[in-house]
Design a protein around this ligand. Structure first.
Ligand code: NAD
Ligand code: LMR
Length: 443
């Protein structure tokens, strides 16, 4: 690989773009850059943060060239890595994904249940389109993709672009592992080696060892049973009780369903659907919270920087979301053989699960891509849950490809979050109405 890398961020107008750029700029010693490009299909939105990004880059290293564009050829020509985080339909469509199921007392969530299904039907074409641009203009480029819903997107890329240089990832385990490291008294999640298996937003840790090989799971499990992923008693007593606090805390209930593992906090949407619905507000969901907080804050900080011409005193900061992709790009660029959780084709890694499942498991990453670690057989409880959810995800991708109303209805009916085929049909018909500009026409 070259000495300095060229990067395009697809979904340049994302609220996560500035924190990714700050992370890249903080890592120039281990990951030197010559170009950073932003690419989005919404010029207005991308312009809300492009100028600020340009200033951040110039302040740190004026030799890095910066481009913000809506032209795919300019964006994808001469790039080594594409960091993709697009949201097809943007946050107003997320709001509908969350609110329509809630009308029927069904979980309304970005990636889990019906909301994730609707979002998946929008995301597939957008992600495939970006892969095609990448392959046309920079065939040796790697796409590190965390566009959601990652499980459905990963299945679509497996089906329709099986030979593409795309790696599907999620930052959710990083968040959980950061908390676990704090619980265990370690300074970084990188001081741990984990064993984990499942689908995206649907998995279990079976081992968490420190670098001397000492098993930390019992200690972490004792904490999770009392405080969930809230990392300390102090935070339990003092932290702001926002939606993430509640999600982290609720893991203390999920762990009771299998005390031998540590679960993903998102399993609450599948195992405690009634609790989730009873604690949701159809007038104000997570999409509203994101629009009122993260989106407003990021855009207004970027406006301040653009107007001042400098970033002194900015509140923009590096986020965990960004750390993972930089580590992954470095592993690919420099053959570090770092162990990372990726969403990859099973191919026997989970021995008693079908080969063509896209599973989230530890992999060793080097310059030719990733090598999955073997998991072995998984217990019946997890296997049953995974197979049901996997069938949902595969049906969504088939429904998208075949324009099939029947298969999408089956997918919704099969989702553990939906109580009956009747309710599934009502949700589907409402979704079709509002997704006309994004979904294929179903027959
Ligand atoms: P956002 O709405 O702020 O930004 C997404 C951007 O993508 C928008 O500017 C939009 O115009 C652009 N876009 C949409 N379709 C496009 C296309 N076809 N080509 C190029 N650009 C396109 O979204 P966000 O809240 O910042 O989230 C971005 C993505 O990252 C979402 O998919 C979100 O679900 C995902 N995400 C993933 C993780 C993870 O680790 N897997 C964590 C958080 C968010
Ligand atoms: C969440 O709900 O926090 C995640 O889906 C990421 C986001 O968009 O905020």
């Amino acid at each position: 690989m070259k000495n300095k890398f060229s990067i395009v961020i697809a979904g340049g107008g994302s609220t996560y773009t500035p924190e990714i750029i700050l992370m890249l700029l903080d890592n120039l010693d281990r990951f030197p850059l010559r170009t950073i490009k932003l690419y989005d299909n919404d010029e207005n939105r991308q312009n809300k943060l492009a100028k600020a990004c340009e200033i951040l880059i110039k302040e740190k290293d004026p030799s890095i060239s910066f481009v913000a564009t809506t032209n795919p050829q300019i964006a994808y020509t001469d790039v080594d890595f594409c960091l993709a985080h697009i949201r097809v339909g943007q946050l107003p469509m997320r709001e509908l994904d969350e609110k329509i199921p809630l009308k029927y007392s069904v979980v309304g969530q970005e990636t889990c249940g019906p909301g994730g299904i609707a979002y998946g039907m929008r995301s597939i074409a957008g992600v495939l389109e970006n892969i095609d641009y990448m392959e046309k203009y920079s065939p040796n480029c790697w796409m590190l993709n965390y566009s959601n819903p990652a499980a459905i997107v990963a299945e679509a890329t497996r089906r329709f672009r099986p030979h593409s240089r795309i790696i599907n990832i999620c930052d959710m385990p990083i968040g959980m592992e950061n908390n676990m490291a704090k619980i265990a008294g370690l300074s970084s999640r990188k001081d741990m080696d984990v064993r984990y298996y499942g689908l995206n937003h649907f998995g279990w840790y079976t081992s968490i060892k420190d670098k001397s090989g000492y098993e930390l799971l019992p200690k972490i499990s004792e904490h999770v049973k009392q405080y969930g992923y809230v990392p300390s008693q102090y935070e339990y007593e003092h932290a702001k009780r926002d939606s993430w606090f509640e999600t982290n805390l609720f893991t203390r209930e999920i762990i009771k369903t299998d005390p031998t593992t540590i679960p993903s906090s998102y399993l609450k949407y599948y195992l405690f659907q009634d609790h989730v619905v009873n604690n949701s507000n159809i007038e104000y969901t997570r999409a509203n919270e994101v629009m009122d907080t993260r989106e407003k804050e990021v855009f207004s900080e970027c406006k301040k920087i653009a107007e001042a011409g400098h970033s002194n005193g900015t509140t923009l900061k590096i986020g965990i979301h960004a750390e993972f992709i930089v580590d992954l790009a470095i592993a690919l660029a420099y053959n570090t053989h770092e162990r990372m959780l990726l969403i990859v084709e099973n191919n026997g890694a989970i021995a008693n699960l079908q080969d063509d499942a896209m599973v989230e498991i530890p992999c060793i990453v080097g310059k030719d891509g990733y090598e999955p670690l073997s998991i072995g057989n998984i217990p019946l409880f997890q296997k049953g849950l995974i197979e049901q959810q996997l069938a949902v995800e595969k049906l969504v991708v088939e429904a998208w490809a075949e324009h099939s109303y029947q298969k999408l209805w089956q997918a919704l009916t099969l989702s553990k979050t939906v109580p009956s085929a009747t309710i599934a049909k009502k949700i589907l018909d409402d979704f079709i109405e509002v997704n006309k500009d994004y979904w294929p026409e179903l027959r």
